[in-house]
Design a protein around this ligand. Structure first.
Ligand code: CA
Length: 308
């Protein structure tokens, strides 16, 4: 099992009138949703996504294929509500998160992303962004048309290219990787990453403080930097190698899929021993391809690492 501690904080910021972010921070899932859309749309869409994911809190086991299914459930719930409620007809939301999943008897992190909220990972002093933004400026960076540092100030940096929403058929990104003792994750909305750059985040996340204190400190610091957007933060710590708790963790499980286990859970093409330390769009997954059907709208059709 993965032994974790966590803390979260969300704040309207200093400029916006409402907080359209929603947060779910409870093992086995840590989710941030950043809503958008006129009137009350943003907060409805992000809250509906959190409510959809609440379903897995009581389950004894969560498998990787549960996560894409929940994202699809959230989209369908949002669409159904938008159809009958003109006040939220254009709503949408990002969804970024980290889930503890069991596959073939081993425990893994499953990171997932739709939109421009982010997951960072700090391990042995190195901070890396795991997710890749689904945003216009990220596309410009990937195309070599602007430098990464220009993305932070680009006038169109708020354009998100994938959302859980009414008209989009978003292809979520997924990464599955084993937990490592002592790693720390930050899951946040762009109200944090827009105010604090990677150096600021690396500095703050290196502070030896419990996750709930760090989450509050990050929000406070983003507010001091301007607080121009809603700010949501989850900090998740995996127990360190010196922790007694870690004796419960089976190293063989950490190293990769173990032998045995029911055959129907085998279809996980992107399980890797390699922890993502930089954005890898090629890891966009076909996680639940066993459930995918020809003609389904674009789900799980991310580029394959092996070209198949
Ligand atoms: Ca935002």
């Amino acid at each position: 099992m993965i032994v974790v501690t966590w803390g979260s904080a969300t704040d309207t910021g200093r400029v916006r009138a409402r907080n359209e972010d929603s947060v779910l921070a409870q093992a086995p899932v840590f989710l941030v949703a950043d809503g958008m859309g006129g009137h009350l749309g943003g907060e409805v869409a992000s809250q509906m996504t959190v409510d959809t994911f609440r379903e897995i809190l009581g389950r004894p086991t969560v498998v990787a294929a549960d996560i894409p299914a929940l994202l699809q459930d959230a989209i369908e719930a949002i669409r159904m509500r938008a159809r009958v409620d003109p006040a939220v007809s254009d709503m949408g939301t990002t969804a970024v998160g980290l889930a503890m999943v069991t596959e073939e008897g081993g425990d893994y992190w499953l990171a997932f992303n739709v939109g421009d909220s982010r997951i960072y990972r700090l391990h042995q002093g190195v901070l890396a962004q795991i997710t890749v933004d689904h945003s216009y400026v990220q596309d410009l960076v990937a195309a070599g048309r602007i430098a990464p540092e220009e993305a932070r100030t680009h006038p169109e940096r708020n354009i998100v290219t994938r959302v859980l929403g009414v008209s989009d058929h978003p292809v979520p990104d997924f990464w599955v990787f084993p937990p490592e003792p002592g790693e720390r994750f930050l899951i946040c909305s762009d109200g944090l990453s827009g105010e604090l750059d990677d150096d600021d985040l690396a500095h703050l996340l290196a502070i030896d403080a419990p996750p709930f204190e760090l989450a509050r400190l990050l929000v406070e610091t983003a507010n001091q930097a301007g607080g121009r957007d809603n700010i949501s933060v989850i900090v998740v710590d995996v127990a360190g190698a010196d922790s007694d708790d870690l004796e419960q963790v089976d190293r063989r499980d950490l190293a990769g899929p173990g032998p045995g286990g029911p055959a129907e859970t085998v279809d996980l093409p992107i399980v890797t021993d390699e922890i993502p330390t930089q954005p890898r769009t090629r890891r966009a997954a076909r996680l639940a391809r066993g459930r995918d059907e020809p003609g389904d709208p674009g789900w799980y059709q991310g580029p394959s690492p092996d070209g198949r």
